[in-house]
Design a protein around this ligand. Structure first.
Ligand SMILES: [Zn+2]
Length: 286
């Protein structure tokens, strides 16, 4: 019965009750057809899709994060969000980057002495990427489950907000860590002033690809529930949120020239306001 299938159920606490947050927002980044409504769970406060689109994978066709390979894009990406990624020396330790995009972080960490493995959701994409970057990229929850206790570090670099089963996936990621291993999650901050200023035209809303927006308190609680200790949170200054949001305000869509022009003002905005994104890290109990 479609009425049952369509009923809201919170991705974090399974509550059936929610309040409207942003109604019928289009995909301004890629312009795929459709309108997407975000709600706030009445029980736990998680902002999320009212209904997660069943064909979510289709909205990644030509995804800029996977294909954006021009020199200018790479340089800008490195300058703007490079500092958000954990950059410690590896000394042969094993890293798993979940939602590894075009593998830029894996390559960077390999250069710092890590043994990196990527995780992607589409097995075909994972295989192609693995060949391209000559590093292992795995796919499938079953495969991930087989890597229990193997990694010293598991990272979600702006991928956690894309998950349609975030709580279950966090548990899988936790099990992939060895005791004492570290988890690092960088996500957009729905509680930010940046998000409040731009509302449904906030660049990091990115419907329909961004499925849910765990807050600092949500992630802290989830990590503590899974037995993590030493939880640390820091805000991240990223100019792309402001630059993209200006483009959405002016043109109602992503417009490359406006985005590039907005990077410098965005840098100033993100340095002064510095709350559009945050990272949380924690250690699995030894
Ligand atoms: Zn909830």
């Amino acid at each position: 019965m479609s009425a049952v299938v369509d009923r809201f159920q919170c991705l974090q606490c399974a509550s059936p009750d929610a309040h409207s947050k942003y109604q019928r927002v289009p995909d301004r980044f890629h312009g795929f057809p459709g309108e997407f409504t975000y709600v706030t769970c009445a029980q736990c406060g998680l902002v999320q899709h009212e209904h997660v689109p069943p064909n979510l994978g289709a909205f990644y066709t030509g995804y800029r994060v996977h294909t954006g390979d021009s020199l200018l894009y790479r340089v800008l990406r490195r300058l703007t969000i490079g500092h958000c990624y954990l950059g410690a020396q590896g000394e042969g330790k094993a890293l798993l980057d979940i939602g590894c995009g075009n593998g830029f972080y894996l390559k960077q960490m390999a250069g710092k002495g890590w043994q990196p493995t990527g995780y992607e959701f589409d097995p075909e994409y994972a295989a192609t990427l693995s060949q391209q970057i000559e590093l292992p990229v795995i796919a499938g929850e079953q495969t991930l489950a087989e890597h229990e206790g193997r990694f010293d570090l598991v990272t979600f670099n702006f991928s956690f907000e894309h998950l349609d089963r975030p709580v279950q996936f966090l548990e899988l990621a936790a099990r992939a860590l060895r005791p004492g291993g570290q988890i690092y999650i960088a996500v957009p901050n729905i509680e930010s002033r940046e998000a409040a200023v731009f509302g449904s035209r906030w660049f990091h809303l990115d419907p329909p690809r961004h499925v849910s927006f765990f807050t600092k308190a949500h992630l802290r609680a989830q990590l503590e529930r899974l037995g993590f200790t030493d939880v640390k949170v820091k805000n991240l200054a990223i100019p792309t949120g402001f630059a993209g949001s200006i483009s959405y305000r002016l043109w109602n869509r992503f417009q490359g020239a406006t985005w590039y022009a907005g990077i410098i003002p965005g840098l100033l905005f993100s340095l002064f306001v510095r709350d559009g994104n945050f990272a949380i890290s924690a250690r699995r109990r030894a």
